[in-house]
Design a protein around this ligand. Structure first.
Ligand SMILES: [Fe+2]
Length: 199
């Protein structure tokens, strides 16, 4: 018998995704209290280009076109959303956003494409992944890896971090300019980060 309708996990994911999109429609992103984040680029003047970071040893080219990575393994759900913007804060539609990260146990899938996927921003410059919290592995704090590229322009390779993560202070690569805004939501977390790429 085919399953009809949504199960609870689907409903939670839909609610999280809707919340993420609702957050994107606000002029200023909601911020978790006490995170002391630098301001996400606002459209006043010129925004700083997102800082580059090392690719690390676990990038695999040609990830699948896929924004829902929940099926790649267990773990707490996280909806990661944001914009790709120019330094003048104009949205970049059709920009490639490629995400890869460790599973809940801290392992990368180096044989296949679990927790690896890419997508293209919509006309408003928005991207969104639904995934799981990345686990910890020795020597690093909790993080995502991302590549962003507009058209045939230069590739921005960077990493994203979690506020209030104990390992941040011990990680020599960690950069607080790359902290996501993280909010708790029913069934998981909402993450927000806007990428600013050189035109
Ligand atoms: Fe990594």
């Amino acid at each position: 018998m085919p399953q009809i309708g949504f199960n609870r996990r689907d409903l939670v994911a839909s609610a999280l995704a809707a919340a993420g999109l609702a957050a994107l429609s606000r002029p200023e992103p909601a911020r978790a209290e006490g995170t002391e984040l630098p301001m996400t680029p606002a459209c006043e003047g010129r925004a700083a280009v997102t800082r580059r970071q090392t690719e690390g040893p676990y990038f695999t080219a040609s990830s699948p076109l896929k924004r829902d990575l929940r099926g790649d393994g267990p773990g707490e759900m996280l909806v990661l959303s944001g914009f790709v913007l120019t330094p003048q804060c104009r949205p970049v539609g059709g920009a490639l956003v490629d995400l890869w990260h460790a599973n809940a146990s801290g392992d990368y899938d180096n044989a296949g494409f679990l927790f690896r996927g890419h997508q293209f921003t919509d006309a408003q410059g928005r991207y969104q992944f639904i995934t799981r919290m990345p686990g910890l592995y020795p020597g690093r704090t909790r993080h995502f890896h991302v590549k962003v590229r507009a058209g045939q322009g230069p590739v921005l390779t960077t990493q994203l971090y979690f506020p209030s993560e104990p390992g941040n202070a011990r990680d020599g690569i960690f950069d607080r300019a790359l902290l996501m805004d993280i909010r708790a939501a029913e069934g998981g977390r909402l993450g927000r980060f806007d990428f600013v790429i050189a035109a």
